[in-house]
Design a protein around this ligand. Structure first.
Ligand code: 13P
Length: 341
């Protein structure tokens, strides 16, 4: 019996649970492993992800779905159990990153367009058969005093919309991720500038989604927060939350069941504090939760350090972060709860 995409989308964001973005490409996971001086091999990537997916408590209580890279979708744990089965046994949903990365956009210096549409319908059918019920595509919007350009936002929004339509046709919920970067030079990425660029980007994304006839009830939005550049952060947690809520209310139709933020290089605690502030004291028409990569994994990766004897410590660190973000998705996180755990 096939599930409706609307029901899957609702389940992805229900009850304070959120998504674990474990879909680092082979190049990106190598960078993460370099930081703990671990060589990236098929086996070390498997061991790392097995540690995360076998964190039973975290997976059952806090994680509604896991975004996987293609290698992991078809990979097995050390004992031969497919990762997809481990994720499903915890009551979580397997998902798959389907874009092939942001590539320089011809004619637009400093900007990119995300590729991966060619042959996507065939790949989605294969991923569906392997158990994936949602997908992710990340469009990247550079920010400076002169970027982004309309042309680059439009190209990325168009690709996101075509991807989303193909996913829905395949019975897969599209996570639509237009990431406005937060690495603008000091002075070029104020909170005001971030607000304007995020609003502009989301307006064009939802226009393209409408033109592509994407069903809003069967998708999840994965945006960046409205935040000033990380090189000279001045905005308070409350300011980030207010501006983010304002822009989302202006641009995201209430038919969208859920918004799941990326962390984009925020520190782990910052990402949690912002999410909790967004969820407390605001009347929001959608569920708002997390779809964090680095902000869920950083402490676990360090605690594990690539050593078998540290698996339990890594799992404890991951479970703690997942719990803190689950509280944040309900607006219930506080610094005291952070320390008490
Ligand atoms: P971060 O939370 O580390 O930004 O990763 C989320 C993600 O999936 C980016 O595409």
């Amino acid at each position: 019996m096939s599930e409706r995409i609307e029901d899957i989308a609702v389940k992805m964001v229900a009850g304070g649970k959120g998504l674990l973005a474990a879909d680092e490409s082979t190049a990106t996971i190598k960078k993460r492993f370099d930081a703990i001086s671990l060589v990236s091999t098929e086996e070390s990537r498997r061991d790392y992800r097995e540690m995360l997916f076998r964190s039973d408590d975290a997976m059952k209580k806090y994680i509604s779905g896991v975004i996987l890279y293609e290698e992991t979708l078809f990979q097995k744990a050390a004992d031969g159990t497919p990762f997809v089965d481990i994720i499903k046994a915890a009551g979580s949903i397997p998902g798959i990153k389907v874009d092939v990365g942001a590539k320089p956009l011809a004619g637009f210096p400093g900007e990119t367009v995300t590729e991966g549409l060619d042959g996507l319908a065939d790949r989605l059918a294969k991923y569906y058969d392997a158990g994936a019920r949602f997908a992710k595509w990340r469009g990247v919007i550079a920010i400076s005093d002169v970027l982004p350009t309309y042309g680059a936002i439009k190209a990325n929004a168009h690709a996101l919309a075509r991807y989303a339509a193909l996913c829905q046709q395949a019975g897969i919920v599209p996570i639509v991720e237009p990431e406005v970067l937060m690495d603008g030079e000091p002075g070029t990425q104020s909170l005001d500038r971030s607000e304007d660029v995020t609003r502009w980007t989301l307006q064009i994304v939802f226009q393209e989604l409408a033109e592509a006839r994407v069903k809003l009830e069967g998708m999840i939005l994965k945006p960046s927060m409205v935040i000033d550049g990380k090189k000279a952060r001045k905005a308070s947690v409350e300011q980030v939350a207010e501006r983010t809520v304002k822009v989302l209310k202006e641009t995201v139709p209430s038919a969208v069941p859920g918004i799941a933020f990326l962390s984009g290089g925020q520190s782990t605690e910052e990402a949690t504090a912002h999410l909790s502030a967004i969820n407390s004291g605001h009347d929001l028409p959608w569920k708002v939760t997390f779809s964090y990569g680095r902000a869920l994994q950083d402490s676990a990766l360090k605690a594990w350090g690539g050593k078998a004897e540290n698996v339990a410590a890594g799992q404890r660190a991951f479970t703690h972060r997942a719990e803190m973000n689950y509280l944040a998705a309900k607006g219930d996180w506080t610094k005291e709860r952070e320390k008490a755990a």
